[in-house]
Design a protein around this ligand. Structure first.
Ligand SMILES: C[S@@+](CC[C@H](N)C(=O)[O-])C[C@H]1O[C@@H](n2cnc3c(N)ncnc32)[C@H](O)[C@@H]1O
Length: 233
């Protein structure tokens, strides 16, 4: 039995539940020229959906949505979806015949009422903020989630966040300057953030020998992803 909060597991991509979600998302992304489904998110979205425990008309926010297909997928399931980014995509929802409330804005100052959402998804975004901005973003997401609502958060996870982490791109390797997490930093900056409680067990064991080469192919640096479900208390 897998822990509810866990590290990306490549084997899970082949389970029926994951395959069903990913099949629908692949179909959606292949029918427009705007959206994407990054390889590393192929685990993160099905994991987040599994953990969110949404009801048929839940109101959700995709915080830091980019031009991902995820908000469109959520709207297709019948959820009431808002999606915020510094630069949100234009018209992606209309292409797919659904309505997503796209908003341009900053995670540190969310333009939504207190308790507006049943759940917030924050998928591979938090590592792009500095640690100070991260605290502000977590505080804002806390404000806009209703009591006992969930924050489904995924982020890059590294064996040792103090190591020199290099991106091995076509133009040659260069240092990566965003905010990597290892177990210690995850605890300090996410799990210990005020007002949240981790829902269920967290298993941070990683088979780095297997994971690194695969993820390096996807992303150019040796990382994996972790998903945590935070309950707003
Ligand atoms: C790696 S992308 C992930 C996008 C999307 N969640 C996904 O699953 O593909 C990170 C996104 O975070 C957004 N972002 C970074 N800092 C932000 C901030 N302070 N406020 C809102 N969005 C931000 C970026 O514009 C970018 O679209």
């Amino acid at each position: 039995m897998r822990a509810p909060n866990r590290i990306l597991d490549l084997d899970e991509l082949e389970t029926p539940a994951f395959r069903q979600v990913l099949g629908q998302m692949d179909e959606l992304t292949s029918s427009d020229s705007i959206s994407y489904l990054h390889p590393s998110k192929r685990w993160e979205y099905p994991w987040a959906l599994e953990r969110a425990q949404l009801s048929p008309r839940s109101g959700v926010l995709d915080a830091g949505c980019g031009a991902s297909i995820f908000p469109v997928y959520l709207a297709k399931q019948g959820y009431r979806v808002s999606a915020l980014d510094l630069s949100p995509p234009s018209g992606l929802d209309r292409v797919h015949g659904v309505s997503v409330g796209y908003v341009g804005g900053d995670l540190g100052r969310l333009p939504f009422a207190d308790g507006a959402f049943d759940a917030v998804f924050c998928i591979s975004v938090i590592e792009h903020l500095g640690f100070g901005e991260m605290a502000a973003a977590l505080s804002e997401m806390h404000r806009v989630i209703r009591a006992n609502g969930r924050l489904l958060l995924t982020t890059d996870y590294y064996e040792d966040a103090n190591a020199s982490i290099r991106y091995e791109g076509e133009g040659g390797p260069f240092p990566v300057d965003w905010s990597f997490f290892d177990a210690e930093r995850l605890q300090q900056h996410i799990l210990d953030a005020p007002g949240w409680r981790l829902e269920g067990e967290l298993d941070l064991r990683v088979d780095w020998e297997r994971t690194k080469p695969v993820m390096r192919r996807f992303h150019g640096y040796p990382y994996t992803s972790v998903g945590v479900t935070l309950l707003r208390v």
